[in-house]
Every structure is written in structure tokens, then in C-alpha cells.
Design a protein around this ligand. Structure first.
Ligand code: ZN
Ligand code: ZN
Length: 423
């Protein structure tokens, strides 16, 4: 140390191909910066420089490439740097397309057979980009990169949103049945996050305090509405037909309304509990299967119902699309920057309620009290009636349901969970 600079060397272990951690091995270096780059306490807001020295035949790609052989980046702050997942390998492929003046790159690194599906996949991704851009308007970037991995290990699977890129990891090979479909579902979801979550964001989402959990009551909006729109965009892009979309929503209704946790925990409580239940490992056995549920499908259904109530009560003049655009305008585009991190400011859950009510022209306080902050079943019948649909309720027919097996052993099986009320 000479008073001006300090060199710190540290060792990082990375063997997870995911949207959160990093994998550094002989095939590639795929890193999510937050899992490997330390920060200096109280200096996260300072500009930071990243220099990568890859093996000579390996090429670098991330969502902040200004030239193809770039190996140095300057970031305005540490939070923006860790928003830039990076892939370095000798053999990834890249496709390029242009939508309304913006460049889109699809990076594909396959560890299995692609079955000749790459060209179709890139075309379908472009359809999703067009459909989502049609809702929100031109995105606020010059280029965006889809970082796709087909891990072919039946284990690694994830999707993570970033400001100018996304990391998507499929556990199968592209040639395998269902993998193409699953990839497109994740693409539709993650690209929607370009606006909802990355820019239009809950107030707790950035800059982050990594010394404590980022508790928010709004994950059902951030992730749940994104789930709803992910499915809706598959339909708007022409990848799903209408019956496929409706079948998917009815499956979600079936799962959520038959989950015992739906009558014990609200959408806001599920959001708040995320750091403890969302992929959290538990040393002890838990009864969470009976007492909790995921804010993803729950928020998806609240999105469906709010969309249809909006359409119905305004005679088709407004929809959830108008709500999302209003939120984006008010909190991202038109609010003064609240922090060093990003444009605009984050919203509070009450502000979402206010904007939905204003767009629909009705007081939704009762709706939010009963269906968002408490556990009452959403008004599916009223909502679906506005578009000529009906929810058909059928009694359960299976003799044995609700038992999950944790481990099969030579002598029998170990029961993992028994769902309350099942038979
Ligand atoms: Zn790779
Ligand atoms: Zn998401």
C-alpha cells in the first residue's frame, strides 16, 4: 500500500450455474457479480472499474458491450456493476436482431443437443420483445442481451432479470421435449422485468443494503404481475393460443385455491416472508407446505382479476396495461432521482393501490383489504363474467391426494408432507 492504492487478493469458489451464483470451470466462467465482487462499506455509490483477463481463446459477453473485444468497463457505482452478469467461454454463439431501433443479442451456450431449434427460438424471442415493447413503449437502453444456457444436467435452472440483460439457465438440452417451451416462458417473464422490477420497482429494491433481508410487501406486484404478463405475452406474441393461456390460468387458480396456505397467509405476507421461504434451506423439517404459498402464482391471479375488473368496470376503456404504464411514468420516468442508484424512485404498496383505483375510477380499498392484505378468495366470478368466462368448480376425485414422498428407501418411503384437508 502506498497511500493511494490497496491491492486485495481473495479466493472465490463458484460451481453453480444460476441467476444468483457463479460457475468458474474448464467450460466457461459465468458470473453473477454480486456473488464474487466485494464492496467497500459506505462506498457502494462510488464509480468502479472492472477489468477481465480471459484465457486467450475465450470471449467475453455481457449486457454492457460497446465493442466485441471489450475487456474493461467503467460503472457509475457498484450496484450497477453487479447488475451485469457476464459469460466468458470459447464456444458460445450469438444471434442479433433489431426491434424499433434497439439491438437485441441472444447468447446461447449449449451443453447438449439443440435439435436445430436455435433459429426458431431467436425468432420467437423477437416476437416477445415486440409484444412487450408494444405495451411499455421503447425501452431505455440501446442494446439488451439474453444470456441463455442449456445446462443439460437436469439440475441447473434459473432466470434472473437485469437492467440490460437476463441470465436464463435451462436444466435440459434445447432438443429435449418441453425445453423450448420452458425457455420461452422464462424469456417472456424476464424481459417484462426490464420495466416491472428493474426500473418500476418497490421502494426497497435498490440501492440494496446487503447486511439485512430486503423485505417488501410488494413481491406479489413485482413477481406476480410479471408472471401474469409473462403468460399474457406468450398469447399476445402468438406463441400460445387463447385456450392455452386460459388453461394455464385455470391451473394456477386450481393450485392456489386448493393450497391450505392460501387461507392462512395474505399476498403481502407471502411477499414479506420471501427471504425465509423462497428457496431458503431449512435444517429442520417444516410445515411450510401447509402454511405458506408463493407470491408468484398468487400475484398472477390478483393480476388477472385486477385486469378483468378494470376492463369490466370501465367498459373496456382501461386495463392493467394502463396501470402499469401509469406506474412506470409516475415513479420511474417522472419522479426525481431518490438515490445514486437509478432514475426515479421506488413505489410503496399503497401507491400501487392508489394508481389501480385511479385508473379503474373506483375505490379498491375493500379489494386490497380483503384479497391482498387478507386471505379472502378473489372475486373470480365477477372478473371472469366481464369477458364471458365462468369458473367451473369440481369436487376432487382422486382417492389419495396431498401426500408427497421425500425419500424412497428399500424398506418403504419417508413421507414429506401431508396436505391439510386432503384424503
Ligand atoms: Zn457458458
Ligand atoms: Zn421474476
Amino acid at each position: 500500500m502506498n497511500g493511494r492504492s490497496l491491492t486485495i487478493t481473495y479466493k472465490v469458489f463458484g460451481n453453480d450455474l444460476s441467476g444468483t451464483f457463479s460457475q468458474l470451470d474448464t467450460r466457461h466462467a459465468n458470473f453473477n457479480d454480486g456473488s464474487i465482487f466485494m464492496y467497500i462499506v459506505n462506498h457502494k455509490s462510488d464509480p468502479v472499474k472492472l477489468v477481465i483477463n480471459p484465457p486467450s481463446t475465450w470471449r467475453i459477453i455481457n449486457g454492457r458491450m460497446e465493442q466485441t473485444d471489450q475487456s474493461e468497463w467503467g460503472f457509475p457505482n457498484w450496484d450497477i456493476m453487479i447488475d451485469t452478469p457476464t459469460e466468458i467461454a470459447p464456444d458460445w454463439g450469438r444471434e442479433e436482431s433489431q426491434v424499433e431501433g434497439k439491438k437485441y443479442y441472444v447468447m446461447i451456450h449449449s451443453f447438449g443437443d439443440e435439435g436445430g431449434k436455435r433459429a426458431a427460438l431467436v425468432r420467437d424471442i423477437e416476437k416477445i420483445v415486440r409484444s412487450e415493447t408494444a405495451l411499455w413503449g421503447a425501452p431505455e437502453f440501446d442494446s439488451y442481451t439474453f444470456l441463455l444456457h442449456f445446462a443439460a444436467d437436469d439440475r441447473s435452472g434459473d432466470g434472473m432479470e437485469h437492467l440490460t440483460s437476463t441470465q436464463i439457465i435451462e436444466p435440459g438440452a434445447l432438443a429435449e421435449p418441453g425445453v423450448y417451451e420452458s425457455t420461452m416462458g422464462t424469456v417472456a417473464h424476464e424481459f417484462f422485468h426490464v420495466w416491472n422490477v428493474k426500473r418500476l420497482r418497490p421502494i426497497e429494491f435498490g440501492p440494496w443494503d446487503f447486511t439485512r433481508p430486503a423485505n417488501t410487501r410488494s413481491l406479489w406486484i413485482a413477481e406476480g404481475l410479471t408472471n401474469y404478463y409473462g403468460h399474457l405475452m406468450m398469447k399476445r406474441a402468438g406463441i400460445w393460443d387463447e385456450s392455452r393461456f386460459l388453461r394455464r390460468e385455470s391451473e394456477t387458480i386450481n393450485n392456489i385455491e386448493n393450497a391450505p396456505g392460501s387461507r392462512l397467509m395474505s399476498a403481502e405476507e407471502s411477499s414479506l416472508a420471501a427471504p425465509f421461504i423462497d428457496r431458503a434451506p431449512h435444517v429442520q423439517l417444516t410445515n411450510l407446505a401447509n402454511t405458506s404459498f408463493s407470491y408468484y402464482p398468487k400475484g398472477e391471479l390478483l393480476g388477472l382479476v385486477l385486469d378483468l375488473l378494470n376492463r369490466g368496470r370501465t367498459n373496456g376503456k382501461k386495463s392493467l396495461d394502463d396501470v402499469m404504464r401509469r406506474m412506470y411514468d409516475e415513479f420511474y420516468l417522472n419522479s426525481p432521482n431518490a438515490t445514486y442508484y437509478l432514475r426515479g424512485r421506488g413505489y410503496r404498496s399503497e401507491e400501487f393501490q392508489r394508481v389501480v383505483s385511479e385508473v379503474a375510477g373506483i375505490d379498491l380499498n375493500d379489494f386490497f383489504t380483503r384479497h391482498v392484505r387478507s386471505v379472502d378468495v378473489p372475486p373470480y366470478d365477477e372478473a371472469l363474467s366481464y369477458v364471458g368466462l365462468r369458473l367451473v368448480r369440481q369436487p376432487a376425485r382422486e382417492h389419495y391426494s396431498g401426500i408427497t414422498v421425500d425419500v424412497w428407501t428399500p424398506g418403504g418411503a419417508i413421507i414429506g408432507n401431508v396436505t391439510n384437508g386432503s384424503r
